[in-house]
Design a protein around this ligand. Sequence first.
Ligand code: GLU
Length: 330
Amino acid sequence: MTHRRIAVRLLAGVVAAVAAAGLAACGTAEEALPDNQVVAEPPRPIGMQDPAIVPTGPAASSGSCDPRASLRPSGSLPRPRQMPAGTAMATIVQRGRLIVGVDQNNYQFGFRDPLTGQLTGFDVDIAREIARGLFGDPGRIQFRAISSADRITAVQEGTVDLVVRTMTMNCERWQQVSFSTEYFTAGQRVLVNRGSGVRRIEDLRDRKVCAAAGSTSIRNIAAKGTRPVSVVNWTDCLVLLQQNQVVAVSTDDSILVGLAAQDPNTEVVGPRFSDEPYGVAISRESPELVRFVNGVLARIRSDGTWTQLYRRWLTSLGPAPAPPVARYRD
Ligand code: GLU
């Protein structure tokens, strides 16, 4: 068995145990690692949301703005550790580490490798590239594990410098935070137990479907006439599916393939029914940091790093496409 396959098997066990502990005992212990400490949010109880009170927000592609358009990098990137005075980047360099909100329960995007104990995944590596741009060292980073529902407040309250956590850029969220350019394109699909007979989201009308609170996914499934069940972490949804407490899980295909890899009894079905462009969330008060992050993203798109990271983490989604094209609104 390859190292990677062993890791997947171990991870499936770890994730199921952590998720079960979260559901049953409401407590997951997180140890702080010396080089990348994690602060875990206490799990909240699950609940079934009344579809009537789940707000239906604008899809990423609709609304009053171009959700993909961000600020253009200002010239070439400053040299690591030599950030212009008075900028958010200078403050971060002075502090000595970048603080980033990530997921730790999302296999392939943000999760803890059980063999190394390190947080890893596509989002985590994107964050490390930003630390490399600031410090010349991808290890100058502190991770905070945050849930979908906590992303916006974490940025607004400044408990993190950035959120890199499968976060869809849409017009409503642009009112609350700023975003980088798009660094990944996802779309919402459905995960079911094999042999369930469910083929697409339309088959799930009036049936219980799980998604994380505070995600675009929970709104999208409410709009499709399902009975949404909300949880804190995506792996909690997998446990509910395994226990037959819900008929399906529905979120971005990027997340669902990670859940399916942990339980071969499940499968991803149906076409995409939403557009979910991912951006790095940044405070609206730091446009210079938005431009800096966009400079780093421009570098990793053009020097092959993006493709390398895709091949490292996301081959289960198929061969690496071209990176998303940056759109700027100056
Ligand atoms: N991309 C969706 C969102 O930003 C779902 C992913 C998630 O919540 O982690 O809400």
